[in-house]
Design a protein around this ligand. Structure first.
Ligand SMILES: Nc1nc2c(c(=O)[nH]1)N[C@H]1C(S)=C(S)[C@@H](COP(=O)(O)OP(=O)(O)OC[C@H]3O[C@@H](n4cnc5c(N)ncnc54)[C@H](O)[C@@H]3O)O[C@H]1N2
Ligand code: MOO
Length: 400
């Protein structure tokens, strides 16, 4: 059977960055630039005052006084030149008048009527912000692939880039399946449970940067499943089906996909939980068949779908931070030693790792307690307390 590493590799080969699109700057946060972005204009666009105060010639300044010839507010278009032996009152952000080469802050002078009384001679250039000192014209401000954080968004606004070429957010349809499911707001009847996975999976899509498209829930009937799948493929870049992927009498996802021409990339992975995970491609779109058990559903999203979504968004860093931890308690594998196991754990200070409670694939509350997954490779049947394990840290975003 396919191993975890091979399955992940196949997923990432198929998940290619989405075609670039221009989005308004207000929507660009968190997206990756699709091309290098250059500054066409310098920032600041003109030399201006860094202080409220007086503009003058350093040569005129020294202990003494100068007549104040006028005031230069921020936003003034036609700024008077500074005559020799004069001062101009000036506000922060106002263009520096021709002839001036220093600004004295208000607090450093005394004003007497139309005169400004100066202290000792100031340093030439003080409190003047030069044109282009922040960003010179023609320079590359954001390289292709960089993720736009609030600072990049601000810089793009400053250079006059109201629309940004980015990789868009993938639209990820989520279809839960099962006759036993009712809405979160409904009271389950006999044999019924609430549909937890539509919520956890859509929340994971959103948290990963995608756009969740929750689709109407589907009962375990072939025609209904087929209609739901084709409908979702019409709207989304990626489709997640949930449940109905194993070997039960009413598990129709595989058959429906393949009857409709979907190419099977893989089905079943040597891992626990999540062994019935599958990936198909239809019309260039990825369809993940995600197992129904609530923990398996979340873990399969975390380990496979999330990196795929990030790759489609043009991110370079696809995976959560990983580090080594040390098991505080022993662990014994139940079942096949040829599987990778993902344990829900709490990673504490000093790399100490405790199990986040019972490890059943239906123990969804364990996902709340866990802040990491311990990834146990195939092989050992048991690990003793003190064994080193690889952790995928769930609460720490890699960010970019
Ligand atoms: N004979 C075998 N039986 C099973 C195998 C197997 O290999 N041979 N694999 C088991 C594993 S592992 C898993 S995981 C499940 C996966 O099955 P399906 O993907 O077909 O999921 P369902 O049977 O539809 O549901 C499984 C379980 O999860 C509950 N569920 C489903 N959807 C939701 C939802 N939206 N919200 C909350 N809970 C949900 C469902 O009620 C079932 O209890 O198959 C095993 N069986
Ligand atoms: O994937 Mo199943 O959830 O191992 O239990």
């Amino acid at each position: 059977m396919l191993g975890y590493g091979e399955a992940l590799k196949l997923v990432l080969e198929r998940a290619v960055p989405l075609a670039p699109r221009r989005v308004p700057l207000m929507e660009a946060l968190g997206l990756a630039a699709a091309e290098d972005i250059l500054a066409r204009e310098p920032v600041p666009p003109f030399t201006n005052s860094a202080m409220d105060g007086f503009a003058l010639r350093a040569a005129d300044a020294g202990p003494g006084r100068l007549p104040v010839a006028g005031t230069v507010p921020a936003g003034m278009a036609e700024v008077p030149a500074l005559g020799p032996g004069e001062a101009l009152r000036i506000m922060t952000g106002a263009p520096v008048p021709a002839g001036a080469d220093v600004i004295l802050p208000l607090e450093h002078v005394r004003v007497e009527g139309d005169w400004v009384i100066l202290p000792e001679a100031p340093r030439r250039g003080a409190n003047i912000r030069l044109q282009g000192e922040d960003i010179p014209a023609g320079g590359r401000v954001v390289p292709a692939g960089a993720v736009l954080r609030p600072a990049e968004v601000g810089v793009l606004a400053a250079i006059g880039c109201p629309e940004v070429p980015v990789r868009p957010r993938p639209r990820v349809a989520v279809i839960t399946t099962g006759n036993e499911l009712v809405d979160a707001g409904d009271r389950p009847g006999p044999g019924q449970i609430r549909d937890a996975n539509i919520h956890s999976l859509c929340a994971q899509v959103l948290a990963a940067g995608g756009v969740p498209l929750p689709r109407p829930r589907v009962e375990d009937r072939r025609e209904t499943v087929a209609r739901a799948l084709l409908g979702a493929l019409g709207e989304a870049d990626v489709v997640l089906t949930n449940g109905g992927i194993s070997v039960g009498d009413f598990d129709y996802i595989k058959a429906v996909l393949e009857d409709n021409g979907a190419e099977r990339v893989f089905w079943k992975v040597a891992q626990k939980p999540g062994s019935p995970l599958g990936l198909w491609v239809l019309g260039g779109k990825l369809i993940f068949g995600i197992p129904g058990n609530p923990v398996a559903a979340m873990l399969m999203f975390e380990e496979y779908v999330r990196p795929a979504v990030r790759r489609m968004m043009g991110y370079r860093n696809l995976h959560r931070p990983a580090r080594a931890g040390v098991l505080e308690e022993g662990w014994t594998r139940s079942g096949d030693a040829r599987r990778t196991e993902f344990l829900r754990v709490v990673a504490g200070p000093g790399g100490r790792v405790a199990l986040a409670g019972p490890q059943g694939s239906g123990i969804l509350s364990g996902m709340m307690r866990a802040n990491a997954l311990a990834v146990i490779p195939e092989g050992p049947m048991a690990l003793e307390a003190g064994a080193e394990v690889l952790l995928h840290l769930l609460d720490e975003a890699e960010d970019h």
